[in-house]
Design a protein around this ligand. Structure first.
Ligand SMILES: *[C@@H]1O[C@H](CO)[C@@H](O)[C@H](O)[C@H]1NC(C)=O
Ligand SMILES: *[C@@H]1O[C@H](CO)[C@@H](O)[C@H](O)[C@H]1NC(C)=O
Ligand SMILES: *[C@@H]1O[C@H](CO)[C@@H](O)[C@H](O)[C@H]1NC(C)=O
Length: 955
């Protein structure tokens, strides 16, 4: 007995001694320890096991060591926050540093980073870093992988990066970099020296100047050249052809001219040159036999006949050439190219007969030839793809054919299917995995910058990616159970977006090591997607689910699991509340800032890009607009309103424009200004007013629109503009406006709710085509909120959807309501609220369906009451009243409204697609000095004050 006790205590003593010995014999190098401890002291949310003084021996999460030295720090997506201080330099053997997807990692990179001589991978994707990229990065001689994309870096690309002779991957995209692309000049280095680099990803910055012809040479091995969405000017250098390995060339959305010659780019598979200033003859792409995807849209080429290469490029999947002045008939053989998927040739001068066949590509999904001059179509039976011929001669004569209508929007849907089970609801934020378990997935978005395909409706291509990705993740030993991909969409950058969910194996959540290693797999490009997908990047959502849940993996009592989960959710709730509070505080601060600096809003939003992503809209300098308007002379002043003044001007190439200039010092509508630019630059439809450009220079906010000759519908209805709107014209205006709104709801990307449909915001061009204007209050319906948005009620009293007013839930049906008020205005020529009477109620009360014109003669505008087609007026009233249904759900969709108005017009013997013959010239007495459309004060948003409708007092 006694002996036994002694024995035990000796054992315990020994064990204690041993533990102590282990502790003192820490294996981690002291400098590395000092470095990590310094970082730990300034970072928040470091892994909880960062305790003790032996990171290597104790296995700190995210740290890997070789013997005593720390060689890798990978902490992707762990909600880390703080700055990267020069303490990192103490960890002098570090080879890999990945802090990606920690949005709260902010501040500049330390200059001392150049001392980390062993660094091979510096990966800081999707963080909040700012300031200039330190030139000392050029001293990191071993660097192979440099990814600084999706941060807020400013300044130029350091020319010393040219000294990184081992660099393979250089991604600086989606920052705020300025200046020119540096090339070597005998004494200083430049990017042309990067002979081993395969990836130049510089898109989404503000790089300017010419693309130096010296940038390219025949010793380079570059395969992906991505310069899209910058401010580059000058000719596309012909030296580009020297780089034989090039596969992807994206130069779109710059101001480039040329090009002289492109057909020595024989290996290029994806060529994006859209939205530049290319002039002269169309590039000759003959011989570019590897070309899959080509987009030359939106340039200023000379009118050119359909080139022979349309039918000879055997690898072509996607031919996108909108607004390029291509003319003549399309050869039927082009549709037989074996891989062809998409042909988009909108807004050209294609004429003659469209013949598809005899054996069109089996992969074809869309032929969009909207607004050309095609007059006949030999249709084959059983075509399996969409053809759009809206706006062609053939549709002016007979618009009943399906190809004369815009297709119902059918977003290509793909979601990784479940493996043999039915979907089940999951508790908390857990998601049902493809392998039929509820768990907290790691989520984010994959952005493919230049896929070679465009048939997103073909799910096999996504199934293939899914299979490839699952196999790759598993072969790298990641703790994953399954992967789900969903929602393929194209964004305004023409990138393919896919939502990614990665599910944990064995438990319902990942630990930090699991998360960071998946993050690293994607941030470091360890995962390589199939070749068709081209270059990609990934942005992760934050992953809050390791908090408080770790206990649950140790003990198995369900009580503890539930308790921990509940604790976790309380914590999440508290965090959320703190977040909301912080957000409110910040918003308050922002608002205060904006009062001092109207353009703070453009810069403050580092993550959303700050400066809006624009498609085709030009940024004007103040000086330019000053010149165009003759120093904003009174003579060019065409109206004014609460927002400021509106001036007419003419651009150098003759286009008439209207310039809406915000009042100086007036911060009103600052945010609306930005919204309007972003939205307008993406919408292109003949019934929507188009934005030509904007100016945010020298403290000014100006919007530049196409000039719409006949002012607002309001002015015409009130007699102010001197245009007589007979019943047929009113129907046509109603139809145009309806089509414009339908376009916003169904075809714009993202879909848009206008939120301020009213007669003041419908403009009439010289042919009295209606154009929807003024997007100051509009809301894009982004993916997560598709369906409805909860938002502060804004709009104009009288037009406001009562359901939206009461629930604050904005849906597209709110626009339907406002549109109907507009229909009633067309019928009665009265303002929605006049002398305290509400037009909707007035019409409903007066109505007697048993009588001719529903007994509404007393309320109808005399021009309408004397319509030659009383039945059409009745049907019009029917449509209107169906749309003012109190419940949004019972109101028809805008596309149905469009159809109904078309039917009414046809029944009354009017062609809904006919151009009005008369132009404004036939109307004399066009009153001078009438308020110009753009002068309306719609940017006065009614943020809660609905008492009066000052906009209708003017008459
Ligand atoms: C286009 O290039 C091909 C091959 O380089 C050449 O044969 C053809 O004549 C060129 N076409 C035109 C219109 O220049
Ligand atoms: C098509 O357009 C071309 C060029 O504008 C013209 O020469 C030709 O006559 C047109 N063909 C038809 C069938 O209208
Ligand atoms: C779908 O994609 C696969 C793989 O790219 C292709 O083989 C198949 O022909 C496509 N199917 C259709 C209908 O386009």
């Amino acid at each position: 007995m006694m002996a036994g006790k002694i024995h035990l205590s000796i054992l315990l003593l020994l064990a204690a001694l041993l533990l102590q010995a282990l502790d003192t014999a820490a294996i981690t190098d002291t400098d590395d320890l000092a470095g990590l401890q310094a970082l730990k002291s300034i970072w928040k949310n470091t892994p909880p096991n960062w305790e003790g003084s032996d990171p290597c021996g104790l296995g700190w999460e995210g740290i890997s060591c070789a013997n005593t030295r720390v060689i890798s720090i990978t902490l992707a997506t762990i909600n880390l926050s703080g700055q990267l201080s020069s303490d990192i330099v103490k960890i002098s053997e570090l080879q890999t540093l990945d802090l990606s997807y920690n949005k709260e990692m902010t501040g500049p990179l330390p200059q001392a980073i150049g001392d980390m001589k062993k660094l091979t991978s510096l990966i800081l994707v999707g963080c909040g870093f700012s300031g200039p990229i330190p030139p000392s990065i050029g001293s990191l001689q071993q660097l192979v992988h440099l990814s600084l994309n999706s941060n807020g870096f400013i300044g130029g690309i350091p020319r010393k990066i040219g000294k990184l002779s081992h660099l393979y991957w250089l991604d600086l995209a989606d920052n705020k970099l300025t200046g020119t692309i540096p090339v070597s000049n005998g004494t200083s280095p430049g990017l042309d020296m990067l002979l081993k680099t395969k990836h130049f990803h510089f898109g989404g910055n503000q790089l300017s100047g010419e693309i130096p012809s010296r940038l390219f040479n025949s010793n380079m091995t570059l395969i992906h050249l991505l310069l899209e969405n910058n401010k580059l000017t000058g000719d596309i250098p012909s030296t580009l052809g020297l780089v034989k390995a090039l596969e992807v060339v994206r130069l779109d959305r710059n101001s480039l001219s040329g090009p002289e010659n492109l057909n020595n780019l024989t290996h290029v598979q994806e060529l994006f040159l859209a939205t530049n200033k290319l002039t002269g003859v169309l590039p000759n792409l003959t011989g570019m036999d590897s070309l899959n995807y080509v987009d030359l849209s939106n340039n200023s080429f000379d009118a050119t006949d359909v080139p022979p290469w349309f039918s000879s490029l055997q690898s072509l999947t996607s031919l996108i050439m909108e607004m390029t002045q291509v003319q003549g008939p399309l050869p039927s053989s082009m549709f037989g190219l074996p891989q062809l998927q998409t042909v988009k040739l909108r807004y050209n001068r294609i004429n003659g007969t469209l013949t598809i066949g005899p054996n069109p590509s089996s992969q074809l999904q869309l032929i969009d030839l909207e607004d050309n001059f095609i007059d006949a179509f030999t249709q084959q039976a059983g075509l399996h793809f969409q053809i759009i011929l809206v706006g062609n001669l053939i549709c002016h004569e007979d618009e009943t054919q399906s190809y004369c209508k815009f297709p119902e929007q059918s977003a290509p849907m793909y979601t990784t299917p479940l493996e043999n089970c039915n979907p089940q609801p999951c508790t908390e934020d857990r998601v049902f995995s493809p392998s039929c378990k509820c768990a907290y997935p790691y989520m984010g978005t994959l952005f493919f910058r230049a896929p070679s395909f465009s048939n997103y409706g073909n799910s096999s291509i996504f199934a293939y990616l899914h299979k490839n990705m699952t196999a790759s993740f598993k072969s790298h030993g990641l703790p994953i159970d399954s992967i789900s991909l969903s929602n393929p969409t194209k964004n305004i950058d023409n990138y393919l977006l896919l939502s990614l969910q990665v599910f944990p194996s064995g438990q319902d959540h990942f630990n930090r090591t699991g998360i960071s290693s998946i993050g690293f797999m994607l941030s470091n490009q360890t995962y390589k997607p199939p070749k068709e997908y081209g270059p990609f990047y990934f942005i992760a959502n934050s992953y809050p689910y390791f908090i408080g849940l770790q206990a649950s993996s140790k003990k198995s009592s369900s009580g503890i699991i539930i308790g921990a989960a509940a604790g976790g959710s309380v914590l999440v709730l508290l965090l959320l509340m703190a977040g909301v509070y912080a957000y409110r505080q910040r918003k308050r601060a922002d608002t205060a800032d904006r009062r001092n600096d109207p353009f703070a809003a453009w810069d403050s939003n580092a993550n959303s890009g700050g400066v809006p992503q624009l498609k085709g809209a030009k940024s004007f300098s103040f000086e330019e607009l000053k010149r165009i308007t003759n120093n904003f002379s009174e003579l060019n002043d065409v109206g004014s309103g609460g927002y400021g003044k509106v001036y007419r001007g003419t651009l150098p190439h003759g286009q008439l424009i209207a310039i809406k200039r915000a009042q100086q010092g007036s911060m009103q509508g600052g945010l609306e200004f930005k919204t309007e630019i972003e939205l307008l630059s993406r919408v292109h439809h003949k019934n929507v007013v188009s934005l030509v450009g904007f100016c945010f220079d020298q403290g000014e906010q100006m919007l530049v629109y196409e000039f719409i000759a006949n002012g607002t519908l309001k002015d015409s209805l009130s007699g102010k503009s001197g245009i007589r709107l007979d019943w047929m014209r009113r129907l046509k205006i109603a139809l145009g406006a309806a089509r414009g709104i339908q376009y916003l709801h169904d075809l714009a990307n993202p879909p848009i709710i206008h939120r301020d449909i009213k007669s003041n915001n419908i403009l009439l061009d010289e042919r009295l085509n209606a154009k929807v204007a003024d997007f100051g209050l509009s809301k894009p319906m982004n993916e997560p909120e598709r369906g409805h948005v909860t938002t502060q009620v804004k709009g104009t009293m009288g037009y406001l959807d009562p359901e939206y007013y009461m629930t604050q839930q904005l849906t597209e049906k709110s626009d339907v309501y406002s549109f109907v008020v507009l229909l009633l205005e067309l019928l009665t020529a009265r303002s929605p609220i006049e002398k305290g009477k509400y037009i909707v109620r007035e019409v409903k009360q007066a109505m007697d369906t048993g009588k001719e014109m529903y007994n509404l003669e007393g309320i109808l505008d005399p021009i309408v009451a004397s319509s030659p087609s009383p039945r059409s007026v009745e049907r019009f009233v029917d449509v209107a009243l169906r749309c003012v249904h109190e419940s949004g759900e019972s109101r028809p969709h805008m596309s149905e409204v469009v159809k109904e108005i078309e039917n009414i017009m046809e029944a009354a013997g009017y062609n809904p697609n006919a151009e009005s013959a008369s132009t404004s010239a036939s109307y004399e007495g066009h009153s001078k000095g009438s308020n110009h459309p753009y002068s309306n004060q719609s940017l006065f948003s009614y943020g809660g004050n609905y008492t009066s409708n000052s906009k209708f007092d003017s008459t």
